[in-house]
Design a protein around this ligand. Sequence first.
Ligand SMILES: [Zn+2]
Length: 78
Amino acid sequence: MGISEALPLMAEVKKTAHLNNHSLTNFNILSEVKYSAICKICKQEVSIDLTAELPVSGSLFIEACVKPPRKKKNQISS
Ligand SMILES: [Zn+2]
């Protein structure tokens, strides 16, 4: 196991993420069997774990990209 097995999954993840309007960062290599990436826009994460039964997991994979609303500054005046 190793990156050569992860590469096709990464390509698949990127494709799916793109279909859901996400803009993925490059994958971080967490270990020889674990990789993760986040969406630059909505900050949702996707991870690949080659040892897992379902190697791809993450909210990014199932949800479309939604830009988080900007937090309004609540100024509390005392
Ligand atoms: Zn996104």
